[in-house]
Design a protein around this ligand. Structure first.
Ligand code: C2E
Ligand code: CA
Ligand code: CA
Length: 471
């Protein structure tokens, strides 16, 4: 029988041992977990990321690229002659080649880049670039070159080549599967060209006409360096011939490529995080112009187009409110044009944004009206001042009686809802006469004037006023 003191000492030792083994077990378990995790996220043979980790990294890097307006390139690389090496020299030689290539790639890439082995002799990369992916071709050529360096396999020196296909986020798409598909097609093209790399060109897809290719970084530079400018197209009162306002239409004066039209770059703006700086920038340009015109004794109101995405970004609405705070006196000369179809994407959010913007005294106009199937109840609940009949109806109203009937009922509808109505795409005298007959309030289109740079608009408007006075 032990005395109580000896019993306690004994128990303490037992406890200590139990504690030690629990700690050991915990350590073992976490090491095992770590090993398991490594096994499921890394490629066993090369230690590179595997397919699962690659997909994970894409989500992560995409978020950074969005935030910082970086270009993100998705690369797929296939080794040339790998199959022959494997067949002739055996699997061990093949494994050695893969490990050597992986080691060289890891040595070359930055910590922020990702390289993964997707299986077999296929590797995938995620590379980010600021400044419109300048320097990307240099890095990709280097990747090809370091793979091409001879590899010692025992006493044999083998030469492997590489074919690399490149797709760009967000220019070519938002979804990794889509981007990998494009990169795969481009890689095939590179192989056909005898190796090296090939960048996917969306304009070759299905023969669809596409504008020139740009990187997000190019556009960010354009905003920062003041390369975007607004041109102004007048809206004219059909009864008094007075210029009631202008629509601001953005153009990009590219230092090398000349004047670029919005359809060639707005889709990219819409898909990228540039939407916020872009929208704030165009509104600021319009505000500056309003100020200048007011100082010069001109007072047309300016309508700025808001892209569908900016209508669903409540934080952007707040930023616009903030921007306008200093320009309260100009807000009744500003209008926002939002397309009918944009309203329909998320009606509740769009309504909240519009109500917030209208609270500043800025008028709202519904653009491309007739193409978006908006509900009447939605329209009547919104602080909308103007409907713009889509130009496709104006173009067809002389040909199809139904289109004429649609134009007529849109004009009546606008008036019943206490809104004014603008016909866009008025291209000839017949258009004008017909619309005047139907009671349309304002006209806009090439018949009156094309979109003009600010100085030309000033000249045009002086001339218009003198001729309008004689009508
Ligand atoms: P939209 O808002 O429907 O603008 C009217 C487009 O029709 C303009 O093309 C204008 O030049 C053209 N147009 C004007 N009159 C006539 C005519 O009589 N006949 C024909 N056939 N066309 C005429 P643009 O300037 O190329 O703009 C295209 C689109 O780009 C705009 O369509 C608008 O959706 C978008 N956009 C332009 N500027 C901006 C902007 O600052 N921000 C945003 N988010 N989008 C813009
Ligand atoms: Ca418009
Ligand atoms: Ca329009």
């Amino acid at each position: 029988m032990l005395d109580p003191a000896a019993r306690i000492a004994c128990l303490e030792t037992e406890l200590e041992e139990t504690y030690r083994s629990v700690t050991e077990l915990t350590n073992d378990l976490s090491a095992a977990n770590e090993r398991l995790q490594r096994l499921s996220l890394f490629d066993d043979l090369t230690g590179l990321a595997n397919r699962t980790l690659y997909h994970d990294r894409f989500d992560l890097i995409r978020a950074v690229a969005d935030r910082e307006s970086l270009s993100l390139l998705v690369l797929l690389m296939d080794l040339d002659r790998f199959k022959e090496i494997n067949d002739i020299l055996g699997h061990e030689a093949g494994d050695l080649v893969l490990r050597t290539v992986a080691k060289r790639l890891k040595g070359r890439l930055r910590d922020s880049d990702t390289v993964a082995r997707m299986g077999g002799d296929e590797f995938a990369f995620l590379l980010t670039f600021g400044n419109g992916a300048q320097g990307a071709s240099g890095v990709i050529s280097e990747i090809v070159e370091i793979v091409q360096q001879p590899i010692e396999v025992g006493t044999t020196r083998v030469d492997v080549g590489a074919s690399v296909g490149v797709a760009r986020y967000p220019e070519d798409g938002n979804d990794l599967t889509v981007l990998l598909g494009y990169a795969d097609k481009a890689m095939y093209q590179a192989k056909q060209n005898g190796g090296g790399f090939h960048i996917h060109d969306t304009s070759q897809d299905g023969g669809k006409k596409r504008g020139p290719l740009f990187f997000v970084g190019d556009l960010r530079n354009a905003i920062e360096h003041g390369e975007l400018e607004l041109h102004y197209q007048p809206k004219v009162d059909m009864r008094t011939f007075e210029i009631s306002g202008v629509e601001a239409l953005v153009r990009w004066r590219h230092p090398d490529r000349g004047l670029i039209m919005p359809d060639d770059f707005i889709p990219l703006v819409e898909r990228s995080s540039l939407i916020v700086p872009f929208t704030l920038h165009t509104v600021s340009l319009a505000i500056n112009q309003l100020q200048q015109w007011q100082e010069a004794g001109l007072s047309p109101s300016i309508a700025v187009n808001l892209s569908p995405r900016s209508l669903h970004d409540l934080a952007l609405a707040e930023e616009l409110v903030e921007l306008m705070r200093d320009w309260q006196q100009l807000s009744n000369h500003l209008m926002f044009e939002v397309t009918e179809s944009a309203l329909m994407i998320d009606e509740a959010k769009a309504v909240r944004s519009l109500i917030r913007l209208a609270s500043l005294g800025v008028a709202i106009s519904i653009d491309d009206f007739g193409t978006g199937y908006s509900s009447l109840s939605c329209l009547s609940n919104l602080p909308v001042r103007e409907l713009k009949i889509d130009r496709s109806f104006i173009a067809k109203m002389h040909v199809h009686r139904e289109d004429l009937a649609i134009v007529r009922s849109m004009i009546d509808l606008a008036h019943k809802l206490d809104m004014s109505v603008v016909a866009e795409g008025v291209e000839c005298r017949d258009d004008w006469t017909k619309l005047a007959e139907l009671g349309c309030d304002y006209a806009q289109g090439y018949y009156i004037a094309r979109p003009l740079p600010a100085e030309e608009f000033a000249v045009w408007s002086r001339r218009w006023r003198t001729t309008a006075a004689s009508h």
